[in-house]
Design a protein around this ligand. Structure first.
Ligand SMILES: *[C@@H]1O[C@H](CO)[C@@H](O)[C@H](O)[C@H]1NC(C)=O
Ligand SMILES: *[C@@H]1O[C@H](CO)[C@@H](O)[C@H](O)[C@H]1NC(C)=O
Ligand SMILES: *[C@@H]1O[C@H](CO)[C@@H](O)[C@H](O)[C@H]1NC(C)=O
Ligand SMILES: *[C@@H]1O[C@H](CO)[C@@H](O)[C@H](O)[C@H]1NC(C)=O
Ligand SMILES: *[C@@H]1O[C@H](CO)[C@@H](O)[C@H](O)[C@H]1NC(C)=O
Ligand SMILES: *[C@@H]1O[C@H](CO)[C@@H](O)[C@H](O)[C@H]1NC(C)=O
Ligand SMILES: *[C@@H]1O[C@H](CO)[C@@H](O)[C@H](O)[C@H]1NC(C)=O
Ligand SMILES: *[C@@H]1O[C@H](CO)[C@@H](O)[C@H](O)[C@H]1NC(C)=O
Ligand SMILES: *[C@@H]1O[C@H](CO)[C@@H](O)[C@H](O)[C@H]1NC(C)=O
Ligand SMILES: *[C@@H]1O[C@H](CO)[C@@H](O)[C@H](O)[C@H]1NC(C)=O
Length: 788
């Protein structure tokens, strides 16, 4: 697979082998007779998720014994026969059990559900409104089709945030709090709807901890088609990937604070992507064939209350037979215009204009049949230079160590594993093996026994539930874990209660281990007070020749803000500063010997209680977000880290990280107390130090690190001690992004909000935000070290 640039990889692998020899390598569980090997599902078998025993529960639901998490839509009367109207049956499956929806409930963790669709064609005649905390999952072996009937009425086939009728513009959920959702393995078929009807395939107005993947959208090819594949007008996302759009007027209409899109293919649409507004988007792997325009972006006209497209970053695109790749609606001319662009490795074939402006025949960047290695539009900076230079030109290329690239030289990507080729008997359930998952029973021993017995020879299924642990769980290298609608590992008790003696809750492999390590659809959380918990320590490295073997997909961290955590609006109201609301010491630690592929991971210390109907504000304390000391490769694709006291990302003495888009928020209570309070800096963990009474957390702090690229970041500070008036004046905090001068890191498309200084070097203020106003946010297009 890896045909080129093997040198550095071999070196790394050799290091891995040495380390492995020096300590324990992954071993098979005691009841394993052979490694798992390949899947053994028979050709006509359904996806194992359909056939497995269904015993997931929602332990904090008012009635866990009757509440159903897993819902096969056929059990609710759907036929999937291509002719019966299945709308009512599917909606019954969706709403059964007093789910959170219908505009009466802002959020809830108490009613999680999977709506499972066996193979088949499900005809629907009106919208399927997706309740909060729902995963809609099609048979991964034979993705089912959701087919709109010719007479379909409604805004979208699937609606993740329905508008309330009456024209007020109000919706079921607050767009930037629309968490915990997924849609996967479907064909969304609009072709029976008359081309003149402007219906959307999916209305996906979502925030963090959401994913959309492995979906094909089929729309009319008629020249007059008004069909839209996906419509997203706002939100605070998020990750989506492995999507194919065929036909339509607009494949994707998209506006959101920030988003990461990986592996997107659009064929035969009049407009591939219509960008309405953003603070920053990262597209990794885009294929556009035979479209009228690739990215049609609303730019310019920006002010704090007129948000248009602020910043787009696109890497590894292939664009063919499409007259214009990127079309801005107004020229970027060095004024306060937004429209920041970064293009890297863009292969054009028969594309007249690479970058153009509506109404102008002069291309900003000419097309042709050519490859654009690197090109940027916007303000660039280097070293400690405070003044930006406006460019529409080449800038320094991102660091792309070969360990980060696939066989075609593109940034490597790996789809959320679903194990669809495996048979039911290759999966074992933790509940069948003694774990209770009821939120209160101590499951530490039962879970440890499952790992010790089956790691490496079974896929370990965490039936929906909350698994309480009271001491360190050791998960050996070679383990593959699948959750069910975010099965939760809930750490609590005295082992995790001492801030001066931090203790790991989930230890992933031992130092020096290599092997497969996959987590999907899991959630890590704590019961407070737990100021001494290091939630996950990640030690495993990819084996030689296997990229992305150690990773997490749709797997998140949540500290406080939910029933069962003892850190809710009751214990931790907004104005409180309650020691009982100390939720964690450190979220995720990638140790120096590890590698990691993180897709969509959100490390969230709750700022509001998800289980009140009014999104009640709370004050909960976590020490640190994500610490990486990894020598790489590390892919952080669409990750976010919010509200930790010292930092959201701390990347120290590390190498070869690919990070894009990265999103952070500073704690709303800061500077009361100021960082690092109520915690203290620990030099053993390379914590930054703080000395002022107005100090706030770093969004990203980078020290002694090389080979690393930030390809899109949004670092926000919306409050000063819960007061928002500092946002327009850009002084909720002084600085948010620090790089030491020894590091070799390139930063592209950095957007900030509420921050005075966008970038610090060695702690000193360098780039002032004010000249970079680009709408509601401030954006700098490129920064590199002085020598580059
Ligand atoms: C391990 O295998 C033995 C022999 O087949 C069996 O008796 C035992 O129950 C198994 N242990 C577990 C934890 O499944
Ligand atoms: C979707 O459209 C593609 C391209 O036109 C086609 O090959 C495929 O069969 C269609 N799928 C369905 C389920 O209609
Ligand atoms: C969401 O986006 C739409 C379309 O851009 C806009 O009209 C609306 O005001 C936005 N709503 C919120 C709550 O931001
Ligand atoms: C991209 O997505 C398509 C559609 O889901 C899939 O077939 C393909 O394998 C994906 N490619 C990569 C590199 O993930
Ligand atoms: C680009 O979007 C604008 C605004 O929606 C629209 O008027 C224009 O027709 C679009 N351009 C193309 C080539 O589709
Ligand atoms: C907002 O920006 C758009 C895009 O440039 C422009 O068409 C519109 O007139 C602006 N609106 C206001 C109120 O400035
Ligand atoms: C180039 O693209 C245009 C559409 O923009 C298409 O009409 C034409 O056939 C393409 N040329 C070739 C040689 O494919
Ligand atoms: C600092 O962190 C190290 C590593 O986790 C730990 O062993 C030590 O106890 C911590 N020191 C304090 C004072 O918390
Ligand atoms: C939230 O709203 C739902 C639906 O109206 C209701 O059943 C539930 O009791 C409410 N919960 C709270 C905490 O108010
Ligand atoms: C949360 O706090 C903000 C800022 O103080 C305030 O504007 C908002 O009304 C509060 N929300 C609720 C639901 O109390």
């Amino acid at each position: 697979m890896l045909s080129s640039n093997r040198g550095p990889r071999l070196l790394l692998s050799a290091l891995g082998t040495l380390l492995a020899a020096a300590s324990s390598v992954s071993a098979l569980g005691s009841n394993c007779t052979a490694a798992l090997g390949s899947g053994t599902a028979g050709a006509s078998d359904p996806f194992w998720l359909e056939s497995i025993k269904h015993q997931g529960t929602a332990p904090f639901n008012p009635d866990p014994s009757t509440y159903t998490v897993f819902r096969n839509v056929k059990d609710y009367g759907a036929k999937g026969d291509g002719t019966t109207d299945d709308t009512a049956a599917i909606n019954t499956a969706m709403t059964d059990g007093n789910r959170c929806g219908s505009a009466s409930c802002a959020s809830s963790t108490l009613t999680p559900a999977i709506l499972y669709f066996p193979a088949g064609t499900y005809v629907i005649s009106s919208a399927l409104d997706q309740a909060y905390y729902t995963q809609m999952i099609g048979d991964a072996r034979t993705p089912p089709t959701l087919k709109a009937s010719a007479g379909f009425t409604g805004f979208a086939l699937i609606d993740a945030d329905p508008y309330i009728p009456g024209g007020s513009g109000a919706e079921w959920y607050v767009n930037q709090d629309n968490f915990y959702r997924s849609i996967r393995n479907f064909v969304i078929d609009l072709t029976a709807i008359p081309p003149s009807s402007a219906v959307n395939g999916i209305h996906w107005q979502v925030s963090q901890s959401t994913s959309l993947f492995n979906v094909i959208f089929n729309m009319s090819d008629d020249p007059a088609t008004e069909h839209v594949g996906m419509y997203m007008e706002n939100g605070s996302g998020g990750f989506m990937g492995d999507l194919v759009f065929n036909g339509g007027n607009i494949a994707v209409t998209i506006g959101n604070q920030q988003f990461t899109v990986r592996n997107l293919t659009i064929n035969n649409a009049k407009q591939a992507i219509s960008g309405i507004w953003d603070w920053g988007f990262t597209y990794q792997g885009v294929t556009i064939n035979n479209c009228g325009v690739g990215f049609n972006l609303t730019t310019g006209g920006m002010s704090k209350d007129n948000q248009t497209v602020g910043s787009e970053l696109i890497i590894d695109a292939v664009v063919t037979n499409t007259p214009t790749f990127i079309l801005d609606s107004s020229p970027a001319n060095g004024g306060l215009t937004g429209g920041s662009l970064v293009l890297s490795n863009i292969q054009l074939t028969n594309v007249t204009t690479a970058v153009g402006v509506i109404g102008s025949t002069d291309a900003v960047l000419a097309g042709g049949s050519t490859t654009i290695d690197i090109w940027a539009q916007g303000f660039t900076f280097s070293g400690t230079g405070a003044t930006g230079t406006f460019v529409q030109d080449k800038v320094a290329a991102p660091a792309k160590d070969s360990s980060l690239l696939d066989g075609s030289g593109r940034i490597f990507g790996k789809t959320h594993p679903q194990y669809e080729s495996y048979s039911v008997d290759q999966i074992i359930s933790v509940k069948d093996n003694g774990a209770k998952g009821d939120g209160t029973t101590d499951d530490t021993k039962a879970l440890q026994a499952v790992f010790d017995t089956y790691a490496g020879c079974k896929i370990i299924f965490f039936d929906a539930g909350a698994y309480y642990i009271t001491s360190t769980l050791n998960i050996p290298a070679g383990t593959q874990i699948v959750g069910e609608a975010w099965s939760t590992i809930l750490a609590g008790g005295t082992a995790f209660s001492d801030m001066t003696n931090p203790t790991v809750a989930v230890q992933v492999g031992n130092s020096g281990d290599t092997g497969v390590m996959e987590f999907t659809d899991m959630l890590f959380s704590t019961v407070g007070p737990s100021p001494g918990v290091i939630m996950v320590e990640w030690n495993v490295h990819d084996p030689t020749g296997q990229q992305g073997a150690a990773g997490m997909w749709d797997t998140h961290f949540r500290f406080g803000g939910a029933t069962g955590t003892a850190m809710t609006s009751k214990e931790c109201p907004q104005t409180s500063r309650n020691d009982a609301c100390q939720a964690s010491y450190l979220g995720l630690h990638l140790t120096s010997g590890s590698s990691a592929y993180l897709e969509g991971t959100w490390v969230w210390t709750a700022d509001h209680d998800l289980d009140t109907n009014e999104s009640t504000n709370i004050t909960v304390f976590s020490g640190r977000g994500i610490l990486s000391e990894s020598q790489g490769p590390v892919w952080m694709i669409g990750t976010a880290s919010e509200h930790a006291a010292l930092y959201q990302y701390n990347i120290v003495n590390a190498k070869n990280h690919w990070i894009g888009f990265a999103q952070t928020e500073t704690p709303y209570y800061q500077p009361s107390p100021s960082a690092p309070g109520p915690f203290t800096s620990n030099s053993t963990l390379n914590d930054p130090t703080y000395s002022g009474t107005a100090d706030s957390a770093w969004g990203i702090n980078i020290v002694g690190t090389s080979g690393t690229t930030i390809f899109g970041a949004g670092l926000y500070s919306f409050f000063s001690d819960w007061d928002q008036s500092c946002v327009p004046t850009m002084n909720c905090q002084a600085g948010v992004f620090n790089i030491d001068s020894k590091s070799s890191v390139n930063v592209y498309g950095l957007s900030t909000l509420g921050i005075t200084t966008q970038l610090n070097v060695d702690g000193n203020a360098v780039v002032d935000a004010k000249p970079n106003v680009a709408g509601y946010q401030e954006t700098m297009t490129y920064w590199g070290p002085a020598s580059s």
